[in-house]
Design a protein around this ligand. Structure first.
Ligand SMILES: [Zn+2]
Length: 269
C-alpha cells in the first residue's frame, strides 16, 4: 500500500496486469478545504507539445511509447511465434505485458508529477471542458493520433481535478467554444485550421503561438475577465525530464502559499 486512505470505503476493485495485482479502494469523504488565494493559470493541451499555459510554459510531449516501440514489436513477434497457451507463449506474453505496463507507468508518473506541480503552484487552474469539446466534435474524424492524446489529456485533467480538490485549489473547466479562434488580445474571431500554428490577428496586430493564445483565452474565460491587451509571457520550454525530476530529490513545497514562480523557474534552469 503506497498511500493510506480515509473516509468510508465504497468499493474494492482487484485487477491484474501481467504478474502484478492491484487493489483499488474507493472511499467517500467530505472535503472542506478552504479555497486558496493566489495566482491563476489557463492550460491548453495540444498535439505538438503536451500543454501550453498562459504563463508561457510549453510542456514537451512525452514519447514513452516511441522509446519502447522496438522492444514491444520484438516481444509481439516473439509471442506470435510461440504455440498458443504453451509455457513459452505464456512467458513471452508476460514479458510483453510488462513492457506495456512500463510505458503506462511512465506516462502516469509524468501526468501525476505535472498535475502536482500545477496544483502546488497555482490557486486556480482553468482548462477546457473536454466533454463539451468531444460532444461538439462528434461525427468529425479526429484521427488515431488525436484519440491517443485525448486519453492522456482526460487523465491529466482528472489528476488535476482530484489533487485540486484536496489542496483547496479552484479547478475550472470552461466551454471550449472559440478558445482557439478568439484573439486573446482584442476578442476578434480569427479563423484558423489545425495547420496554422501561429495566431496573427488582422484586427489588432497581435501575434502569438496558437496554443499560447488559446491558453490565455481559457484563462480569461475561466476567470471571467474582460478583453484587454495581453501582457505576453515569453514561452519557455519544459522537457519531460524536467517534469519527471520535479518532485524527485526536491522537497515538496508546503502546500498552500508555496512559491508561485516555482513552475516557471523550472523552465529556465
Ligand atoms: Zn486581435
Amino acid at each position: 500500500m503506497h498511500r493510506p486512505y480515509s473516509g468510508v470505503v465504497k468499493g474494492v476493485l482487484i485487477t491484474r496486469s501481467g504478474d502484478k495485482w492491484y487493489v483499488i479502494i474507493q472511499a467517500e469523504q467530505e472535503v472542506s478545504e478552504p479555497k486558496r488565494e493566489g495566482r491563476s493559470v489557463g492550460i491548453d493541451v495540444g498535439l505538438d507539445s503536451f500543454a501550453v499555459d498562459s504563463d508561457g510554459a510549453v510542456i514537451e510531449n512525452p514519447r514513452f511509447y516511441e522509446h519502447s516501440r522496438d522492444r514491444i514489436k520484438k516481444l509481439q513477434r516473439s509471442v506470435a511465434r510461440k504455440q498458443r497457451f504453451s509455457k513459452n507463449w505464456k512467458k513471452a506474453k508476460g514479458k510483453l505485458e510488462k513492457a506495456y505496463d512500463h510505458v503506462t507507468n511512465q506516462k502516469n508518473d509524468f501526468l501525476h508529477k505535472l498535475s502536482r506541480r500545477y496544483v502546488d503552484t497555482y490557486a486556480t487552474i482553468c482548462v477546457e471542458d473536454l466533454n463539451i469539446k468531444y460532444l461538439k466534435e462528434n461525427g468529425k474524424s479526429r484521427g488515431l493520433r488525436r484519440s491517443i492524446h485525448s486519453a492522456s489529456w482526460g487523465r491529466f485533467y482528472s489528476y488535476l481535478s482530484y489533487r485540486a480538490e484536496s489542496a483547496g485549489t479552484n479547478f475550472i473547466q470552461v466551454d471550449p467554444r472559440d478558445t482557439t479562434q478568439l484573439c486573446s488580445n482584442c476578442g476578434s474571431i480569427v479563423k484558423k485550421d489545425l495547420s496554422v500554428r501561429v495566431h496573427e490577428c488582422p484586427y489588432c496586430g497581435f501575434v502569438a503561438d496558437r496554443d499560447y493564445n488559446a491558453a490565455v483565452n481559457i484563462h480569461r474565460v475561466g476567470m471571467e475577465q474582460p478583453f484587454e491587451p495581453v501582457e505576453t509571457m515569453p514561452l519557455h520550454h519544459i522537457s519531460v525530464m524536467q517534469v519527471l525530476s520535479m518532485i524527485a530529490g526536491k522537497p515538496r513545497p508546503s502546500g498552500r502559499g508555496s512559491s508561485p514562480s516555482d513552475l516557471r523557474h523550472c523552465g529556465r534552469s
